[in-house]
Design a protein around this ligand. Sequence first.
Ligand SMILES: Cc1cc2nc3c(=O)[nH]c(=O)nc-3n(C[C@H](O)[C@H](O)[C@H](O)COP(=O)(O)OP(=O)(O)OC[C@H]3O[C@@H](n4cnc5c(N)ncnc54)[C@H](O)[C@@H]3O)c2cc1C
Ligand code: SF4
Length: 487
Amino acid sequence: MADPKGFLNHGREVARTRPVEERTKDWNEVYVPGSLLPIISKQASRCMDCGIPFCHNGCPLGNLIPEWNDYAYREDWGAASERLHATNNFPEFTGRLCPAPCESACVLGINQPPVTIKNVEVSIIDKAWETGDVAPQIPERLSGKTVAVVGSGPAGLAAAQQLTRAGHTVAVYERADRIGGLLRYGIPEFKMEKRHINRRIEQMRAEGTKFRTGVEIGRDMPATALRKRYDAVVLAVGATTARDLPVPGRELKGIHQAMEYLPLANKVQEGDYVAPPISAEGKHVVVIGGGDTGADCVGTAHRQGAASVTQLEIMPRPGEERNPVSQPWPTFPMLYKVTSAHEEGGERVYSVSTTHFEGDEDGNVQWLHLTEVEFVDGRPTPKPGSERKIPAQLVTLAMGFTGTDRDNGMVEQFGLDLDERGNIARDADFQTNVPGVFVAGDAGRGQSLIVWAIAEGRSAARGCDRFLTGASELPAPIRPTDRALMV
Ligand SMILES: Cc1cc2nc3c(=O)[nH]c(=O)nc-3n(C[C@H](O)[C@H](O)[C@H](O)COP(=O)(O)OP(=O)(O)OC[C@H]3O[C@@H](n4cnc5c(N)ncnc54)[C@H](O)[C@@H]3O)c2cc1C
Ligand code: SF4
């Protein structure tokens, strides 16, 4: 156990962010660089090393949180990093981006602010990179088996790293021009600088994983050819089909899916464009959708110099405190969140629904018409007389994703079964109905989180390893149906 009195002596302190006026002028991460280490050992000392560590249950990866809290308290960063990597291939991604269901489940959270588990995690891994503790783990012997991983988001990368380390020869196929999936082109630089992905890819290359970008399976290479070429396939193609808003005026110029808008801003940071082809500069921006994707559009629009930013959400504003009846500890509660993007400005409007868009004579969107709604029998119902219009010269749709891409023919060419929600169906070993073809991440689970994608990638790798060799020593943190303590 860290310090038996740590939680009595120290309050919760979290990573400091840079002043809004400074950080909205650049694209670097919002945190004060290196701000954490001086406080982190004290924060880790608040961990009570619970007999039943609920944090561990709240985390889909089953992270060994009390163990690395203890090492962080003792400033044994090497041992802390070893424990962290025992369950998580990429703690620098989750340490920056995870909504931290572990903290919602922390026992200290029953009557005090929980341990800052996420900040401890990111401090351990940043220190490990700094001190050279993150070395390639090259397999001692090769199995002679080959695996294709399709998709290079967190699920694909986790599966590829596990399978490479198990001795298989692994190639990752990615249709985009760079590796990383939504980590690369969805999540903005100010939430996670892309150097963190590049560093991991170098580690993976050194371990033997091969990467092929610009190849879309189904379109550029038939799925059948891929299956013939490799002994097994892991599909980690995400749930990239975005939900649309088919209201009058949707065809106007200036209305884009969030995933048409955000990648271009990231490509500017990669040096592909001098200025983004879709920009919020000088425009009244409306973001439809109140979730994380919407918040990323808000932060991006601020940095591009929007005249105003309004985020719309059809659901009512959530409460700021956990409801002990409907969302009791240790479940992951739906609370009103103020992300770094929201701290930077803009307005959030709840319980509203878009009725139509209005444009100018050149076909550019100018106004968004909305109505307030109330939920009657579980359905959003317009409130009579509440219609109004707001200026909207750039609209981004961030209303979630409906499933895996069906346009490139991959699903049909493999002959894959889908489940009732349109995701690729799989058995308890993450194997699809096609023998030797596995699925992990959003493609099988539906739109979810990075931590689930990594957990799925690790678990599918075990299923795949068993298929190839008859047994596996790789860990499988979850089963396809697991929901842990999260919604
Ligand atoms: C804007 C945005 C912000 C988000 N922010 C967060 C956050 O802060 N925290 C969090 O936990 N989660 C966040 N999420 C969710 C998280 O990013 C996803 O749950 C996660 O990336 C899913 O990982 P994945 O590997 O399953 O799929 P993805 O990351 O979607 O990767 C799938 C990859 O497969 C490739 N691909 C698809 N089809 C083919 C094909 N036929 N051939 C070759 N390649 C193919 C795609 O190009 C893509 O690169 C966010 C999502 C979005 C959209
Ligand atoms: S639940 Fe909280 S206090 Fe208990 S072991 Fe986990 S992090 Fe420590």
